[in-house]
Design a protein around this ligand. Structure first.
Ligand code: SF4
Ligand code: SF4
Length: 419
């Protein structure tokens, strides 16, 4: 199996007390959609909003974008987001009353019909919290009978422990939600995928699984990128899919997404906050932080005692994360980590040694060095299957010449798409 054992550095944060930073003066709710025509803004400057108020509709996914605090809409402001791009945001001033939108017709979480379940996921704006930000209801809105539910709790990137904390702190709710999803969707098998060295999680889940025999733990090898959906599905079902896991009658959800589904089913509450692992140079301490969606991360860094300003900010893990140029960026539902790295740790590219390591390690079976060398030849890039790159970063990690191959392949993908 292609992959590599990485130093996890999980002990830096996994058992540290969670820092709750849920009273920001302002939040900046990002309108991350493809372009402005895709957004139908439902508020104006001066509008009064509650926690869970609909601010806008994403017309493409037909899903609402919610307020994470109660207060008053102040302005529309440009901010950096996890993609490293500047996006338009709705700035809301907190009234600190925490007024919530009133909800009706709540049921026990396993008593909803499939139609109601899909509507709740859509209306609560539930999207994948493991990175892809894909609308969750779409995965379940299928005519195919779903037979396998795979819960991805692998968290294979170094440093990140946000999913770990969610499982440790909310194991009961997570198991209940998996069981409810199985009942509502008539799913036969559920597998919670965990790295085999993650003994704490196994112990916590074992406390509940004796009364939920339909749900199994699957222990996976401690290698990167074991949490890659394609690799995980192959490991559990022993088959490959072409485009999506549903081809194998399977749905895959990240474990933090399962907890978001719990809040949606139990309280009809959208994602208004999330755990973010914040760790790296220049911090007095790294830990998991409970941050409001739309919160400006520079405020959180100040609370964590961050002093140095000449650092590189990475949204996500060191392998797949994206560099953010400015620390004034805002948290979205899929930001699971923020790493701070000294700029001088980044080495500039040098000459290829022709060792072949990047090609041997690539889980997508690509030749990153060939892609780099053909970066402006779109025809050749297509032959090299460039678009199959999952941006895992293993090629950059393994390269003895410290060539930033992943960045070249990302650029090559843009060239193929004509961006
Ligand atoms: S080419 Fe893409 S998929 Fe292959 S190792 Fe590099 S980043 Fe990962
Ligand atoms: S790993 Fe680095 S040095 Fe080795 S072939 Fe790939 S690009 Fe060249």
């Amino acid at each position: 199996m292609r992959g590599i054992k990485l130093e996890g550095h999980k002990d830096l944060t996994k058992d540290k007390k969670i820092l709750i930073v849920d009273k920001p003066k302002y939040v900046y709710i990002p309108l991350i959609c493809n372009n402005e025509e895709d957004i139908d803004i439902r508020i104006r400057k001066g509008s009064i909003v509650s926690v869970g108020s609909i601010l806008a509709m994403d017309k493409k996914s037909n899903m609402p974008i919610h307020s994470s605090i109660s207060g008053r809409v102040v302005d529309f402001v440009d901010k950096y987001c996890y993609t490293g791009n500047v996006v338009k945001t709705i700035q809301i001033e907190n009234d600190f009353k925490d007024t919530k939108v009133k909800v009706t017709d709540l049921k026990e979480i396993d008593k909803y019909t499939k139609k109601e379940f899909l509507n709740i996921l859509k209306e609560c704006g539930i999207k994948g919290m493991g990175g892809a930000n894909f609308p969750t209801y779409i995965k379940y809105d299928t005519k195919t009978r779903i037979k396998h539910l795979i819960i991805n709790a692998v968290e294979c990137e170094p440093y990140i422990t946000a999913d770990y904390r969610i499982v440790i702190d909310h194991a009961k709710e997570i198991i209940e939600t998996i069981d409810a999803i199985m009942t509502i969707n008539k799913i036969e098998h559920a597998y919670i995928a965990i790295k085999k060295n993650n003994k704490d999680i196994i112990k916590v889940l074992d406390n509940y699984l004796s009364i939920y025999p339909r749900i199994k733990i699957v222990l996976v090898p401690n290698i990167y990128p074991m949490g890659w959906e394609r690799k995980l599905v192959n490991y559990i079902l022993h088959k490959d899919y072409n485009m999506l896991p549903i081809e194998l009658d399977a749905v895959v959800n990240n474990v933090s997404t399962i907890y978001a589904i719990y809040n949606a089913l139990k309280y009809k509450m959208p994602i208004t906050s999330r755990l973010v692992t914040i760790v790296g140079d220049g911090l007095k301490k790294g830990t998991n932080v409970d941050v409001k969606i739309g919160q400006d991360i520079s405020e959180v860094l100040d609370i964590l005692g961050h002093k140095k300003r000449d650092l590189l900010f990475i949204s996500g893990g060191p392998m797949m994360g994206k560099t953010i140029e400015d620390e004034n960026f805002v948290v979205t539902g899929n930001v699971n980590a923020i790493l701070l790295i000294k700029n001088d740790d980044i080495d500039l590219s040098s000459t290829c040694l022709r060792c072949g390591k990047c090609t041997n390690i690539c889980p997508a079976k690509l030749s990153p060095i060939m892609i780099k060398e053909n970066i402006n030849n779109v025809e050749e890039l297509e032959k090299l299957n460039t678009l199959k790159c999952i941006e895992c970063g293993l090629c950059s990690y393994i390269c003895p010449a410290k060539i930033l191959l992943r960045e070249y392949v990302i650029r090559a993908k843009k060239n193929v798409r004509g961006e």
